[in-house]
Ligand binder design. Structure first.
Ligand SMILES: Cc1cc2nc3c(=O)[nH]c(=O)nc-3n(C[C@H](O)[C@H](O)[C@H](O)COP(=O)(O)O)c2cc1C
Length: 403
């Protein structure tokens, strides 16, 4: 992809350890044909030298709001106008707070206020700093202003902690910018996420441990590729990603209702929700009291969303998930066939810190006669690999159809 060719990318570097990856990013941006100018906070200079960056970008590095002495340098308003986009990478917790509050006490935050071009932010910090309410509130404020976040990845951090907070790799940052400047066309994707709750009475329900994280990560990555995405989610413990049209539902019945209406407008259906297999046969209108030592609850099958969509999906590519504690391959292949799916993503559950509720997951994917294994990684990283594979299959099927 060469959508960055000729684009003006203004890169703001703040004082995080991940700044050491920025020379590589500048080199990659140059190779992609982008023109870069670099702005640093004083703290950033402790992690990477302006000399390295000047050499790689071929231009003086800006560190202060006042005009630098170099002849070919621009002042901050000129720089803000020059930029086709502002990229802040790595973005420290401190700089996120500055941007969220509209401070202008350094050149990056001044440029953010002065530019009308899109801003991309690649945060990088210790996982506790990233998940702290103060940081997440600032992130929420910035997202609500339409800032594009290149989400940090999960994994081992420089400080030894493990969890989300590590800056996205330069390659991922480049992908995000490329897609932003690329054409917006692509298949429309309908994603389901989270559990369903099947009511027993007004206060009790049958549910499951699905968190919605996998479905949300899939929707978020597809959205970042600028594909039209719609999300249908059950009662998750945290809100769906911002900027994606979402429908909140409660039961399998409600989920099926929304999907039936939405499916015809979509090209790909990814069923990542953990939909209940059974629901109470006769839910009570009033809370049932504790009268007996043993209570028997009659259950009936809940609507089978995958089976129902097979009847109405037309040309839509249908992707299912199978969460299994044992005989993964056998159950997945059987479900692939029984539900007439185009692909099934089987993930083992019951393992430590992987699958349901966890931030991590692993999967074995089956389609036609093929199979691919994705080892344990963050749900965000897995989502990227899965969406890329699904899009490959989509293109394959559509090329065959068109030829
Ligand atoms: C060795 C070291 C590594 C640091 N790494 C980070 C980091 O990855 N993310 C972060 O938010 N702050 C980090 N900090 C703290 C920031 O450097 C500090 O908050 C600084 O004031 C940020 O300034 P700036 O946002 O203006 O660049 C680090 C500090 C030190 C000493």
């Amino acid at each position: 992809m060469r959508y960055l060719a000729g684009k003006h990318v203004l890169v703001g570097i703040t004082g995080g350890i991940a700044a050491y990856k920025i020379p590589d990013l500048i080199r990659k941006l140059g190779k992609a044909g982008a023109k870069t100018r670099i702005v640093m906070t004083p703290a950033a200079k402790q992690f990477v030298t302006p000399m390295t960056l000047q050499t790689l970008s071929g231009h003086p590095v800006y560190c202060h709001p006042s005009r630098p002495s170099a002849d070919n340098a621009m002042d901050h308003i000129e720089l803000a106008r020059w930029a086709d986009c502002l990229l802040v990478a790595p973005a420290t917790a401190h700089s996120l707070a500055r941007l969220a509050h509209g401070l202008a006490d350094d050149l990056i935050s001044t440029l953010y206020l002065a530019t009308s071009s899109p801003t991309f932010i690649a945060p990088a910090m210790n996982t506790r700093m990233w998940t702290h309410t103060a940081t997440q509130t600032n992130v929420g404020v910035l997202k609500s202003r339409g800032i594009f976040f290149i989400e940090p990845e999960s994994g081992q951090q420089a400080c030894g902690d493990e969890g989300p907070g590590r800056m996205a790799e330069p390659e991922t940052i480049l992908d995000n910018l490329n897609h932003h400047f690329g054409p917006a066309e692509g298949p429309a994707i309908l994603v389901t996420a989270g559990p369903t709750h099947e009511d027993i009475d007004p206060v009790r329900f049958i549910g499951n441990r699905s968190s919605g994280k996998m479905g949300f990560a899939l929707a978020e990555y597809a959205h970042r590729l600028r594909l039209p995405v719609t999300l249908v989610h059950g009662p998750t413990t945290f809100p769906p990603p911002e900027g994606i049209p979402s429908f909140a539902v409660r039961s399998a019945e409600e989920m099926l209702g929304v999907i039936t209406r939405q499916l015809p407008q979509h090209d790909i259906f990814i069923s990542a929700a953990a939909v209940a297999d059974y629901q109470p046969a006769s839910p009570e209108n009033k809370k049932s009291s504790k009268h007996h030592n043993i209570m028997t609850l009659a259950l009936k099958p809940a609507p089978d969303i995958l089976a129902e969509t097979a009847k109405i999906s037309g040309q839509c590519l249908r992707i299912g998930f199978a969460a299994e504690t044992h005989d993964l391959e056998k159950h997945a292949l059987e479900k692939l066939q029984r539900k007439q799916l185009d692909m099934i993503i089987a993930n083992p559950v019951g393992l430590e810190d992987s699958g349901m509720e966890s931030d991590y997951n692993q999967a074995c994917v089956y389609w036609s006669t093929k199979k691919k294994h994705f080892p344990r990684t963050s749900k965000q990283a897995l989502a990227k690999q899965l969406i890329d594979l699904i899009l490959e299959l989509y293109r394959e099927k559509n090329t065959v159809k068109d030829s």
